[in-house]
Design a protein around this ligand. Structure first.
Ligand code: OAD
Length: 243
């Protein structure tokens, strides 16, 4: 199933970068954003995922994130997440970049994860910027308030906002320097994340895509696996054990 070219690259000294999107968590039961059952088919991002939306209707936005937090707290990592833990252990130079805010990579055991779009479990104060974990506030107000009086918001990147500088800078750096780049379960339409595989390819990396359907990236990829992340990623992890 894996090409000879890819198999021959799966050596511990190769520099590997993996970019994941909502599709990797789909088999865990976390809805994706686009596609038939996607969140953006049922909800309007401009009413829920922008700073202006939060200021005009903080309760609604907070409650939508509470609903997603509850959903995420009840799901488990799937074989794709677990396979990436194996890959992190195997490759000496391995970087996992995710657009997901669900924390499932960490739950599976991935040690180092570059989170481009934040993490839904964390909150931050819109006034003083203080970061707080979900359980660190006792206020019953919705949304809860920081000790400085400012409203707390989920620490995720909303439309129109900058990505965390350190995360995106590191993501660009490792992508430009890698030998193999895996794009797993992302529609590859949201920038700047969607630019990373392109940068990797320009830097000479072997580009592999895993997705249930073709994406904007497929024509650029050296190898496209059309299938579920939870089925294909374990095959890659198996191949490294046999390499
Ligand atoms: P999307 O919902 O745009 O895309 C999910 C991708 O996963 C699609 O290409 C699906 O075909 C694919 N997919 C679905 N199930 C799969 C499976 N079992 N195995 C493999 N692939 C599967 O999600 P993202 O690309 O992550 O941003 O979206 C990027 C960003 O857009 C998100 O981080 C979010 C959203 O607006 C913010 O919230 C800032």
């Amino acid at each position: 199933m894996l090409s000879q070219a890819l198999k021959s690259l799966l050596r511990p000294d190769k520099r590997v970068v993996v970019l994941t999107g909502a599709g990797i968590s789909a088999e865990s039961g976390v809805p994706t954003f686009r596609g038939e059952d996607g969140l953006w088919k049922k909800f309007r991002p401009e009413e829920l995922a922008t700073f202006d939306a939060f200021i005009s209707n903080p309760q609604l936005v907070w409650e939508w994130y509470e609903y997603r937090r509850k959903l995420i707290s009840e799901v488990k990592p799937n074989p794709a997440h677990h396979s990436l833990v194996k890959m992190e252990e195997y490759f000496e130079n391995f970087h996992l970049i995710t657009q997901n805010v669900d924390g499932l990579h960490q739950k599976a055991g991935s040690k180092k994860v570059i989170e481009l779009h934040g993490n839904i479990k964390r909150n931050k104060c819109i006034k003083c910027g203080r970061e707080l974990e979900e359980l660190e506030f006792s206020s019953k107000e919705i949304p809860p308030k920081c000790t400085c009086g400012g409203m707390l918001r989920p620490d995720v990147v909303w439309f129109g906002e900058m990505l965390p500088a350190q995360a995106i800078n590191e993501a660009y750096k490792v992508s430009s320097l890698c030998d193999i780049f895996f794009s797993i379960g992302t529609s590859a339409v949201v920038y700047p994340a969607a630019h990373l595989p392109v940068v990797a390819k320009q830097g000479g990396a072997y580009l592999v895509e895993i997705n249930i359907e073709r994406t904007e990236l497929s024509d650029l990829a050296d190898e496209v696996f059309l299938g579920k992340a939870g089925e294909i990623t374990p095959q890659i992890a198996k191949a490294i054990r046999e390499a």
